[in-house]
Design a protein around this ligand. Sequence first.
Ligand code: COA
Length: 382
Amino acid sequence: MHCAPTPTLTPFLASSVSLIGTGQTSFGEHWDKGLRTLMEEAVHAALEDAPCTELDVDFVVVANMLAERVSAQAHLGAIASSLLPHRPPAIRVEAACASGSVAVHTALSLLESNRAQTVLVLGVEKMTDVRNEEIAAALMGAADSEKESPSGLTFPGIFGLIARRYMEEYGLTREDLSLVSARHHANAASNPFAQFQSPIPARVISESTLVADPLRLLDCSPVSDGAAACLLSTKFEGPVRIAASQVCTDTLSITERPTITSFAATREAAQRAFAEAQISPIDIAHVELHDCFSIAALLSVEDLGFAAPGEGIRRYRERSTAPTFNASGGLKACGHPVGATGVKQINDVAKQLKASGSRWGLAHNFGGAGATCGIHILEYAS
Ligand code: COA
C-alpha cells in the first residue's frame, strides 16, 4: 500500500468549505447528447441550486476518463471553462472511476490554498457511443496494462476473480450476492436520475446472464452516459460542509497485493477520513459506496468499517440497520458514467442528509480494482 504516513492533517482547513450547489443529468443512454451538452446541463442545474452566480466561479475542475477514446476529444478543461461567460481557469483530472472524487479533492486544495473561493467541479462521461467490447477494452486502462490486460481480463473478470475468492474465504453464496443488487435496484425506484428505476427481485438477478463466473449481468454496473456538477465555496455558505477529504492509492495490479478480498486504499482513506472529521463509522447516517459490481459493495462495507471481514452481507440481510447504503441506487442501478460517478455520489449524500436531517454522510469512490480511493465525509448543520 502506497499511502505515506499521515504527515500534517491540520484540523482542518476543509471544514470551512461548503457544498453550495449540486446538479446532474439523468444517467443512461444519451445518444442524442455530446460531452458538451451533458456538461452544460449539469452545470446549469448546479448553478440553479446555488446561492452564487456563474461569475462567482473562480476555477473549474473536470473529471473524465474516456473522452479521447470514445469521443475523440481531449482538453475538456477548455470546454468546461467556455460554459461560463468569463472563462475561468480550468483543469482536467483523471483517476479512472475515481476521477470524480479526486476532482473534488483537487478543488478543495485550490480552496484551502486560497487560490480560489468558489470552484465548480464537473464529472462527465460518454460511454454508449461505441460498442461494449470497445468500452470494456478502454476501461482496462484503469488496470495494469502489463500484468492484467494481456491475460484477457476485463473488469467483470477481475471482480469475478475477487468474488470467487471471497466466496471461498467467507462462504458467501450466489443468493447473497443477489441481495446486494436487489437492494440497490429497489432503492433506485425513487431516483428519477437513475438509469434503471424498476425493482428487480433477487431471483431474477441470480438467473441473469452469466458474465464472469460467478458474476452475472445484474451484478454489474452498466455502461452509461452522464454528467454531475457541484459548487464548493469558502465565500458562500451552505448547510452542508466537507468535513473530510482523503485520497489513497494501492498497487495498480491486484497480482501484487497480499489479499484481493479487501482494498487497502479504501481502508486507509476511511481511517484518515474518520480521523479528519473526528467521528467514527457509527456516526454516519448515509453512505454512497462504490458498487461497480455487487461484490465490490461487500468489500467496501467492510473496508469502510461498517462490518467485520466476511460480514458485509449482514448489512444487506438486516434491512433496518443504519446507515443507509446507496439509497440513490448506487452505481448498479443509477448507472456508472465513470468520470461523473464520484461527483454524483457526493451530491447524493448531501441530498440524503438534507432530506433526513441527519448530521454525517460518507461518499466512497474508487478507481480500477481499488487502486485509487477517494472518500469524502459531509456534515449537515440543520
Ligand atoms: N445492469 C442492468 N441491466 C443491464 C446492464 C446492467 N449492468 N447492462 C445491460 N443491461 C440491460 C440493457 O439495458 C439491455 O436491456 P434491454 O434488452 O431491455 O434493452 C440488456 O441488459 C442487454 O444489454 P447489453 O448492452 O446487450 O448488455 P451487454 O451484455 O453488452 O453488457 C455488461 C452487459 C454487464 C457486460 C456491461 O453492462 C458491462 O460491461 N458492465 C460493466 C462496466 C464496467 O466494467 N464498468 C467499470 C467498473 S470498474
